[in-house]
Design a protein around this ligand. Sequence first.
Ligand SMILES: Cc1cc2nc3c(=O)[nH]c(=O)nc-3n(C[C@H](O)[C@H](O)[C@H](O)COP(=O)(O)OP(=O)(O)OC[C@H]3O[C@@H](n4cnc5c(N)ncnc54)[C@H](O)[C@@H]3O)c2cc1C
Length: 369
Amino acid sequence: MPNSAEDSPKCFGGSGPGRPPALPRASAIATVSAVSSDGVDVLVVGAGMTGLTAGLALAEAGKSVRLVDKGRSVGGRLATRRIGKATLDHGAQFFTVRSTEFSHAVRMWETDGVVSVWTNGFDAEDPDGHPRYKTIGGMARLAKHLAAAFVQAGGDLVVNQRVHSLIDAGGSITATYDAATRIPDEAQAVLVTAPAPQCIEMLEYGGMPVPDPVRLITYHTVIALLVVTETDPAARLGPGGALQQPLDPMFTFIADNRAKGISDHFGLTFHTEPALSAALFNCPDQEIVNRLTPELHRVLGGQPWKEIQVKKWRYAGPRNGHPDRFLAVDGASHPVILAGDAFGGARVEGAFLSGRRAAEELLNHGAKI
Ligand SMILES: Cc1cc2nc3c(=O)[nH]c(=O)nc-3n(C[C@H](O)[C@H](O)[C@H](O)COP(=O)(O)OP(=O)(O)OC[C@H]3O[C@@H](n4cnc5c(N)ncnc54)[C@H](O)[C@@H]3O)c2cc1C
């Protein structure tokens, strides 16, 4: 930690990430354009694990489903980046399996050659025997696998489009987009799987009520550092080439992506401790690197890096979640459901189960959607 105020970057120790700057909006409450797309049964906002799971279940049940994500690709926090010849997971690193339902899905993905056991514990002295799964080729590949199944089941996948607002238009729910060129979507039901603050924005901008419990959901922040080296960093990590140290004041997780088996080249992922991440969140990337350089050198044994990139996760995981797997917006003319890893259980498995339960809830509306 910095020794004095002079050691600290100017941006350090502020009030943390807070909410992102509000986007410019044409009016306080968006209006429905005269033109809208052909309607769909269900519009799913967000193509992370929750949205992909739900979208696939709904498409397989015969619903017409459009799955929209603001990102360039699917996956959300199932994220993998290529830096030169290195492949690095920079969001979720692995997943565990607790429920029978998730276990069935994981077994299918294993059979499809998409996931495999990474390690049975990160503590060399005391492996706990519980499998930690990785995705072969990086976490984003699991998302792409689910997206391909969704499209094959007849789903319509749209990326690079940010939903701006959700409006109760009476005969349907209308989704408007940031891009003025994108025609609004009409849907008989909407499932929103974005992190809670982003759900709130979409509802508020569209003049829809926000369920009170959603405002209580909070997230912790993580800054990921992606470090590519020329030669083997020979960092002293645990089984599988990773170190999980939740109490470390600096890095709570370090993974050697080559030892993990997802990268041909040397690339390490460092996850910065949540309180430190929050304190550094508003700093420019270079200042974050400067601030963490001594600790990085310690782990790398002084070896220089070839390239380093910073990824900030404002909503890394729920700090205060909601106990139920989904929440419905009361009083809407059509079902509007909120789901995600903040509902009923965190992590990849929690997102999967939330997606499943939300899809079931929508299917229970039967012919109405
Ligand atoms: C650094 C880090 C480490 C993690 N480590 C682990 C781990 O080791 N094990 C584990 O199980 N879990 C881990 N997690 C958590 C795990 O990644 C998440 O629980 C899970 O991926 C959440 O899935 P989701 O679909 O609910 O949300 P997300 O993946 O966040 O998906 C939401 C999607 O909504 C999209 N979106 C948001 N707003 C809009 C909008 N207005 N319009 C259109 N699209 C929008 C986003 O682009 C995003 O793709 C980690 C997460 C992070 C960030």
